[in-house]
Design a binder for this molecule. Structure first.
Ligand code: ZN
Length: 249
């Protein structure tokens, strides 16, 4: 089974289109999953939801999705993020709203769990240290976790089946997965690791005994950032959100 996992699209339609084209070129038969934050920050919430619905992409609710449909309060967001949520609420169609409202917080699919932040705190916790990764790995019912929220691609994994998880260096080659792995798939629509290109993960789930969990490979995809920025300017989204896309921050 081949799965493409995407996250933190944040209503960035040019970035999503570029990623879907890369998925189609790299893994044409892949099933596509997402780990939330479909909307917020950028200018194309309805178009992004429509494209995900068309492609049958399944996944979970992120904190920005939750704020956009009133499940949580956007008062807890920074002012630029809150302004983007208020704008998103003003343009969401009833169909988009219903699609977002029906996203689950957490979902288990075979060997993998999907969540936005962490299993202990799906909307808010950032898995950004080996300690947090280990604490969450202990609560998992599946060997693998795909998540997002930090907008930074990351892998925490165990070197041997019984061992604790620790940070593993990510490179462009496929990385084989051991018993426990927490896979941050990075962000499609607002990367924050200094690389402005959109990010996604290809999971090749092997049937071979001994390497049953297969491998994960992070992909980076250039897209028309200026197109996203022009669409944001046209609807007066905060300048800080427009600028940061060029720097991947
Ligand atoms: Zn996000």
């Amino acid at each position: 089974m081949t799965v493409a996992v995407i996250s933190d699209i944040h209503a960035n339609l040019p970035a999503l289109r570029a990623v879907l084209a890369d998925i189609d070129a790299t893994a044409p038969n892949a099933t596509i999953w997402h780990t939330g934050d479909i909307v917020g920050y950028n200018a194309h919430p309805n178009e992004v939801i429509e494209l995900l619905r068309e492609r049958g992409v399944i996944g979970v609710m992120g904190n920005h999705d939750a704020a956009a449909v009133g499940v949580i309060d956007a008062l807890d967001f920074n002012p630029a993020a809150a302004a983007a949520i208020a704008w998103t609420q003003s343009v969401l169609t009833p169909l988009s709203r219903e699609w977002l409202e029906n996203l689950p917080r957490i979902v288990e699919l075979g060997d993998a769990t999907l969540v936005h932040g962490s299993p202990s705190d799906p909307f808010w916790e950032y898995i950004d240290s080996a300690e947090r990764a280990s604490a969450n790995a202990e609560t998992l019912k599946t060997p693998l976790l795909f998540h997002g929220h930090t907008h930074r691609p990351r892998l925490f994994a165990a070197s041997d089946p019984a061992g604790p998880v620790h940070a593993i260096h990510i490179n462009v080659a496929p990385i084989s997965l051991s018993k426990h792995a927490l896979i941050n798939v990075g962000s499609v629509g607002q990367p924050r690791d200094g690389d402005p290109r959109a990010c996604w993960v290809l999971w090749e789930h092997s049937d071979v005994e001994g390497s049953r969990l297969g491998s994960a490979m992070w992909r980076r995809v250039p897209y028309a950032i200026s197109e996203t920025q022009a669409a944001m300017r046209a609807v007066h989204l905060p300048e800080r959100l427009i600028e940061r896309l060029a720097h991947g921050e």
